[in-house]
Every structure is written in structure tokens, then in C-alpha cells.
Write a protein that binds this ligand. Structure first.
Ligand code: FBP
Length: 550
């Protein structure tokens, strides 16, 4: 395979990991755990795996036990995130250290590979080809939801055939929820297969006190911030466009907030704040238009606006509409699919409650149709398909036109739309993600060796140098609560949304009025792998502010 000069140089990078992982380790157990909410229901649903303690790996003074070869399976689940290959490399090195005859099998294209018995053995040649690279192409990823007993049994068949003792699921909140259901099921039938999760998602919304961040968030935000910085320089040079920049993040606005902290744009909308303040679409449009008008009055007909991808689902009126649409489509998908595209908007208008029908009617037809596109297998609206940046740009233009006619606004408003998401999801991991991912994978192998199941690998103290990081495991059941999915109550990992009382948001809120009025852009530049530590070893600002605030 032909490689770029950087790829060749980067292949020899040895990820840093917690110093304790270089030693012989033993387990330090905390107290029994519960769940984030709905304790009784969760306990009833997870009788075998509920209540387990949090685990920390500490140095042991005993010689390392010789363990028999342990075959492990691995799945990459959901959206790509930088560093996935290093998680797999960490697992590989970890199980080889346990016993050099251990083997690692990768199931192809996500959970579907397990169900359909499609896999490849990951040999040292394959692993070495992929160290420190971006992407999930080593085995591919997919969004098939692992949820039925038939699927679990099918998976078990192939794992028995390959003598696999443990399965590592690398995924986001939904995939790790499924990992905990699978762990419980295999334990309840004495299947002899452990299940371990690893926290992945660029969205940054799989985190809590013990899982400080999901991998990929660091790199993706740095890639987007580089490009936003470049746009801001262009913007300040040409002085004629307003750039509407939508950023990935299916629900939470962590990516938008982090990029705002890194680049200091004129405006950044935070969905969680919109919801908390019960803001309407018109209020958001007015907020943007007022800033555009104020800058125009100062002779600045240009600026940048960051818009989180999930915004539409946080507008209280839209939330009700989407929830009704979700339930309706879950029950009537076949009938809906049979309707001609040109008639679908009309069909939906007549099926919704009066209130939601009115809201639906008021949307531009392109956005209305985008809201009925196929849900992902977890029942989520595919928000990356909804052109919120275009919707807002058009609505602001209309408002400014009205104000111009009323003599309230003098200026020129020209927009350019961007959507940054796929550009960052497969970027080569930053040093932070390269180290974090490798450490997660290595820790997963230790959890396997310790016989644990239903645990997520956890690496803490992540704002310190990597050698001081703390490795351990967290029972997934302690992250669960009951939520409505596809019209039914299900146990799911509670998504971590932007905390409006948290330090990252407060820092943004403190400065945003200045950033709106003045031009205070920051140009972060590209991710660096070589050079001074303050350039190449920085965690995200979100992580820094969050950890400082603790
Ligand atoms: P995960 O939560 O699976 O990591 O995926 C996150 C994400 O990148 C979102 O930011 C985005 O909305 C979505 O995936 C896009 O999905 P797809 O890859 O199916 O287009």
C-alpha cells in the first residue's frame, strides 16, 4: 500500500499509556454501584450484571500469572471516530502480552458481521499497517442494532467456533447499551463469553464522572476548528460573507461548543440552551439577525455562525413534532414508504395531531421531507441530512429584508453554508486520541483477563500526561436509565448533553457578546504530531475546563 510521508513517519509512533499498564497489575474494587435512574427496573432487567463495583488497575507486587491463550472478538459500531484502529491495536498487544497464542478476530461492518459470521483474523501484519491511522477500514463499521435473542445466539455460534472468550464492542451510547444487554444475556445462559465496551463517538456525549470523554472527540474538534479558523481568516479578509457552519453532533452540542472555545466565532448556538430557554425558531432567527444588524452598523457585513447538527430536535415545538413523527413512522413505515415522494408531505400533514400538523406545514418543504427520512436502526432522526444551516440562513435573510424595508437595518447579507462532519470522523488521531485509544484497548484486554463482563474500559485523569492516567472499568449498568425508544420504554445509557452550569459553557457564555460584536477570531491551525508539548499534547478545552472545575 502506498503511504504518505506523514503516514510513514506516524506508523512508528508508540502511543503513551498509563505507567501502571507497563507493570503487573491487580484490581482495586470500589463499592457496589447502582444506575443513574430507574434503579428497580434496571436491576430487574440486569439481575446478573447489576450493582458491580467500579474497578481500578493498580500495580501488583506479585509476579504475573501465566494465563492461557484467550481469543477475543472485536466490533466497531456506529459512526467512525479517529483512533478506532489504536483501540484495536491496544487490545491486540494486551491479549498477546497475556499469552502470545491469543488471537484477535474482527467482525466485519459492525454488529452485522457477528450475526452473519463475517470476520477476519487480525494478525500482527494487519495491526501494524493500521497503527495510529484514522478510519475504521481495518474491519469496517455499521449501525445494525444487536438486540434480539436470535442475533445473540447467532453471534454465540461463531464465537464458539472460533473459541472466542470475550467480545469488545467499540461504540457510542446505543452500542454500549446493547453491549450491556448482551453481557447480561450471555451471563444468564452461561455462554462463557464476556462482553466489554469502549466509549467511542466524535459527538462527545458518552461521558460521565468515570468516562471523562469518548474517543475521537478530540481529533474531530481539532480538524473542524482548523477549518473554521481558515474560514474566519477568509471571512476577515474578504469581509463580504456570513458563513453558516453546521457541525456534527447528532444530539449534544459538545462539538459546536468546543469549536467555539477554540475559534471564537461571532455566534454559536447551543441546542441545550435553546431547549432550557424554551426558545422558538423565530427567537433564534431574531437573535442571529440582531447580531448581523449590529455588526453591519459598525461596517462589518461578515461573520461566522456555528450551528449544532442536532438543533432542530431541541426546539421545543420541533421536539414534539419529531417525537410524534418517530412514533407514527415506527408504526406505519410500510404504508409511508408506499406513498409517492411528491405526496408524502401532504400525507403526513393529515396524519399528525392538529398542533404538530401546523408546525410541520410551516416548514420549508425540503426540511419537512428531510424530517421523514429513514431513522437509523436505533430510531434516531438522521439529523445530518437536515439542512439546518440553510433553513436558518434563509430565515435570517427574510427577517433582515423586512427590517431593511422598515429602515431598521442597513447592510448586505450574503451567506455561504458549510457542514463539517464527515471531514473529521476519519482523520488520523491526534496524539491525545492515539494515546487514549491505545490505552482504552489495552485496558479492555486487562478486563478480559480479569474475567469481567458488562464493563466499559475507562481511562481517567486525562488532562495529566498520559503516563499518569488511571486505567480501570465501569459497570455499564450504572450508566443506564429508562427512556422511550420506538414508542417503548427501554434501558439506555443516559446521553451526556452540554451542562449549562458546567465550566465549558460558562466560559463561552462569558465571552460570547464580545465575540459577536468584535472580531476576536482564533486560528488554531492543523493538528501537530511533532514539536513543543503545548502544541501537540493539548486535550480539548472542554476536557480542561471540566476537569479544572472538579
Ligand atoms: P456515533 O454516535 O455512532 O458515533 O455517530 C455520530 C455521528 O457522527 C453523528 O455526529 C452524525 O449525526 C451521525 O454519526 C451520522 O451518521 P452516519 O454515519 O450514519 O451518516
Amino acid at each position: 500500500m502506498i503511504k504518505s510521508a506523514l503516514e510513514i513517519a506516524r506508523a512508528s509512533y508508540i502511543p503513551k499509556k498509563p505507567a501502571v499498564l507497563e507493570k503487573n497489575v491487580t484490581i482495586e474494587e470500589g463499592s457496589p454501584t447502582t444506575a443513574v435512574a430507574d434503579l428497580e427496573e434496571i436491576q430487574k432487567l440486569f439481575p446478573k450484571t447489576y450493582g458491580r463495583p467500579i474497578i481500578k488497575f493498580v500495580e501488583s507486587d506479585q509476579p504475573r500469572e501465566s494465563l492461557s491463550a484467550t481469543n477475543v472478538g472485536v466490533i466497531l459500531s456506529g459512526g467512525q471516530a479517529p483512533g478506532g484502529h489504536n483501540v484495536i491495536a491496544g487490545i491486540f498487544d494486551g491479549i498477546k502480552r497475556i499469552n502470545k497464542d491469543s488471537r484477535l478476530y474482527g467482525f466485519l461492518l459492525g454488529p452485522a458481521g457477528l450475526i452473519n459470521h463475517e470476520y477476519r483474523e487480525l494478525t500482527s501484519e494487519i495491526i501494524d499497517e493500521h497503527r495510529n491511522t484514522g478510519g475504521f477500514d481495518i474491519i469496517g463499521s455499521g449501525r445494525t442494532k444487536l438486540e434480539t435473542t436470535e442475533q445473540f445466539d447467532k453471534g454465540l455460534e461463531i464465537m464458539k467456533e472460533l473459541d472466542i472468550k470475550a467480545l469488545v464492542i467499540i461504540g457510542g451510547d446505543d452500542s454500549n447499551t446493547n453491549a450491556s444487554v448482551l453481557a447480561e444475556y450471555y451471563k444468564s445462559i452461561d455462554a462463557g463469553v464476556q462482553v466489554i465496551g469502549c466509549p467511542k463517538t466524535i459527538d462527545g456525549d458518552l461521558k460521565n464522572d468515570l468516562i471523562e470523554t469518548s474517543f475521537g472527540f478530540d481529533t474531530a474538534c481539532k480538524v473542524y476548528s482548523e477549518v473554521i479558523g481558515n474560514i474566519q481568516r477568509d471571512c476577515d479578509s474578504a469581509r463580504k460573507y456570513w458563513h453558516f457552519i453546521k457541525l456534527m453532533g447528532r444530539s449534544a452540542s459538545h462539538i459546536a461548543l468546543e469549536c467555539a472555545l477554540q475559534t471564537q466565532p461571532n455566534i454559536c448556538i447551543i441546542s441545550e440552551e435553546v431547549e432550557a430557554k424554551n426558545q422558538s425558531l423565530d427567537e433564534i432567527v431574531t437573535y442571529i439577525a440582531e447580531i448581523v444588524a449590529a455588526r453591519a452598523a459598525d461596517g462589518r457585513d461578515y461573520g461566522t455562525i456555528l450551528i449544532p447538527e442536532g438543533l432542530i430536535e431541541f426546539l421545543p415545538a420541533m421536539k414534539g413534532l419529531i417525537s410524534e413523527l418517530n412514533d407514527f413512522l415506527a408504526a406505519n413505515q410500510l404504508e409511508f414508504d408506499a406513498i409517492r415522494r411528491s405526496k408524502r408531505r401532504e400525507y403526513i400533514i393529515h396524519k399528525l395531531s392538529e398542533e404538530n400538523s401546523e408546525i410541520y406545514k410551516s416548514l420549508p418543504s425540503s426540511v419537512a421531507l428531510q424530517l421523514t427520512h429513514d431513522r437509523d436502526p436505533h430510531g434516531n432522526v438522521q439529523v445530518s441530512m437536515i439542512e439546518t444551516e440553510k433553513l436558518l440562513g434563509e430565515m435570517v435573510a427574510q427577517k433582515l429584508k423586512k427590517w431593511k424595508n422598515e429602515g431598521k437595518y442597513k447592510g448586505n447579507f450574503a451567506t455561504i453554508n458549510h457542514f463539517f462532519g464527515y471531514e473529521g470522523r476519519c482523520a488520523a488521531p491526534s496524539n491525545f486520541d492515539a494515546n487514549y485509544c491505545y490505552s482504552l484497548g489495552y485496558t479492555a484486554s486487562l478486563l478480559v483477563a480479569a474475567g469481567k463482563t458488562g464493563y466499559m474500559a475507562s481511562i481517567r485523569n486525562t488532562t495529566a500526561p498520559a503516563t499518569e492516567w488511571v486505567a480501570g472499568g465501569v459497570p455499564i449498568t450504572m450508566m443506564l436509565n429508562m427512556e422511550r425508544r420506538h414508542g417503548e420504554m427501554k434501558p439506555v445509557i443516559q446521553k451526556a448533553l452540554v451542562d449549562l452550569e458546567g465550566a465549558p459553557f460558562k466560559e463561552f457564555a462569558k465571552h460570547r457578546n464580545t465575540w459577536a460584536k468584535k472580531t476576536s477570531y482564533i486560528y488554531p491551525g492543523p493538528i501537530q504530531y511533532f514539536g513543543p508539548d503545548e502544541v501537540k499534547e493539548q486535550p480539548t478545552m472542554t476536557l480542561k475546563f471540566e476537569q479544572e472545575g472538579k
